[in-house]
Design a protein around this ligand. Sequence first.
Ligand code: EPZ
Length: 445
Amino acid sequence: MSNLARRSIMPDTGNYLTIEGGHRLSGEIGISGAKNSCLPILAATLLVKGACHIENVPRLSDIFNMAKVLRSLGATVNWTGRHSLSIDTSNVSCLEPDPVLVQKMRASVLVLGPLFARFGQAMIPLPGGCSLGKRPIDLHLLGMESLGGFVAENDEAVTVKLTNGRRPVGTTINLNFPSVGATENILMASALAEGTTILNNAAREPEIIDLANLLNKMGAKIVDAGESTIIIVGTSELRPVSHRVIPDRIEAGTYIAATAITAGKVTLTDVCTDHLTSLLQRISSTGCKITTEIDKITIDAPDVLRSTDVRTQPYPGFPTDVQPQYMALMTRASGESIFVEKIFERRFLAADELRRMGADIRVIDNCALVNGGRKLTGCEVNAPDIRAAAALLIAGLWADGSTRLKGLGHLYRGYEDPVGKLSALGARIAENNFVTDTATGISQG
Ligand code: EPZ
């Protein structure tokens, strides 16, 4: 197993990043494949007998964990290139993923739909809450029940079993919230159903479209993915395919905020500009100059940023997964910014740590008020989740002095080689280890 894989999967080994503030980012970096598209796509390979080949796979620990979940079910998963995987689920026999892995990564619940559809049953240890809140799976279970599953739950796991013993049965399903994961599980399960499924109030994220494109390549008949109502005409069998994962719009949004806080100028390549419309509108209103091509974005940031408000929404609204990073950015903007978080109960965890750096942020329920313009001071901070880790890293790029970012396990769950990518843009950043406490080498930007 590569060093990156070993480090990323292991619990925090006392590693931390040292970030030296005050260096403008400049240059060009490539954006990796989308974590939140690749995870359901890997789960979807459980629907077919044979080997699927997936390209543009990001090398980050959530992907390594999903590979372990598939292996724990009996699949063969091999890296066929730096960013490509071959997954053969012909010999899948276990219908319950490893509980330890499910606890580590909520996205493991995405094997529920494929296992239920192909084998008629599945047992999923309850993924539990996380720093973002309770994270229930009631909408996932509503989908499976609607498709003919019988759901039995205890306080550790949930089992879903087909009542007719053959295949899921197409029906109309109405979600009371456009849940991304529930939409994905329902798409995968209904693709093998008898008859047609109409899914109302479906999530519209680009990752839903990417999954539907994969399923249609496999032989499914899915119409209007990306709209609020999706039609899935079930089929009896799906076949293995090759597929390239779309670019990661959240990683792109993260590096856009990192560039802006350093008053830098950076070009991002291998992006899908269309997936970032809402975010690019917000970042332009801060005074950043944005130029775009279909797969490239250049951001040229001013020395003085204007404050702007953010209200997270399901796609195509402002993505909740970039909200913490944008909050870090607004600590540099002059004036007040109001944040309204409409997706998760607890997504302002970065605020506590940003305040330790001197940020003026007040949180009241699902609102946060950032009074920006005051210089932050580097200090030791601890990342509570993936996107808060990115937010603290971004704050460290601008803060006076150096910032020590702990909780790297969270950062490496969602980002491929952030140290390498930021160093290539001129950041002074290095990974260190408490145990040896010797820098692995401050990168010369
Ligand atoms: C996906 O999570 C993403 N994860 C999240 O990204 C992202 O923040 C989220 O969608 C929203 O865009 C992956 O794709 C792997 P949801 P998911 O179901 O599917 C409630 C990151 O940082 N809900 O759309 O879990 C839920 O509690 C991660 O990359 C129910 O009530 O999100 C939440 O408040 C974090 N019942 C809201 O809906 C359910 O059955 C959104 O959840 C399911 C969800």
